[in-house]
Design a protein around this ligand. Structure first.
Ligand code: FMN
Length: 200
């Protein structure tokens, strides 16, 4: 069995919706299981973070999750073309995991949600890859054999799944966005199984 950690931050739910589609893709592979985790919100008025236990939704990520997983799929809202502070804050606390190779040699994928179509999804996805490269991860995108990459009129990029959330008129993920998200989940789960040592 291989475990894929889907770690995301979401304030308004769009990135979480993508995370749940990715979980479906992972879980569609019989010998893989998705572990959905989030990070606490950081206060905008002072340098404090939320309590240890979320009020609802998935549990907060534990550093041990990084050692335990066989692959990681990381999602963030686009914030000025970059990842949200909440996720950056978490990764800035992973020196010990970096020193001990918690994520080294494991496959990784990225996903995001932004308000506008040309509002920086690609720059967010590409910059999210940087800390994962430092951790020695193998970055994986979505291949163009996924026909929805060519038909989408919303989100979905070769760098990773995405959603374009248009203000209050947002109607949720499109069918193409869902398929692209599920495809990445399947792909990372399949690659993780191939890379996992036979004895573990
Ligand atoms: C501080 C801040 C910065 C943002 N920067 C961008 C941006 O650069 N481009 C964009 O299209 N949307 C931007 N947005 C909008 C969010 O990316 C968008 O609403 C996203 O879908 C939120 O995801 P969530 O529902 O998972 O929280 C920004 C929002 C905030 C609060």
């Amino acid at each position: 069995m291989s475990e894929i950690l889907i770690l995301y931050y979401s304030k308004n739910g769009s990135t979480e919706a993508l995370a749940r589609e990715i979980c479906q893709g992972v879980d569609s592979i019989k010998t893989a299981t998705a572990k959905l985790r989030t990070v606490p919100r950081i206060s905008t008025t002072c340098e404090s973070i939320e309590n240890d236990i979320p009020k609802n939704g998935p549990a907060y990520v534990d550093k041990k999750d990084l050692f335990d997983c066989d692959g990681l799929i990381l999602g963030s809202p686009t914030r000025f073309g970059n990842m949200a502070a909440e996720l950056k804050y978490f990764f800035d606390s992973t020196s010990n995991e970096w020193l001990n190779g918690a994520l080294e040699g494991k496959p990784a994928g990225l996903f995001t949600s932004s308000q506008s179509q040309h509002g920086g999804q690609e720059s967010t996805l590409l910059t999210m890859a940087i800390p994962l490269l430092h951790h020695g991860m193998l970055i994986t995108g979505v291949p163009y054999s996924t026909k929805e990459l060519s038909t989408t009129t919303g989100g979905g990029t070769p760098y990773g799944p995405s959603h374009v959330a248009l203000n209050d008129s947002d109607e949720g993920l499109t069918q193409d966005e869902k398929v692209i998200a599920q495809t990445l989940g399947k792909r990372i789960a399949t690659i993780a199984l191939k890379l996992k040592p036979a004895h573990s």
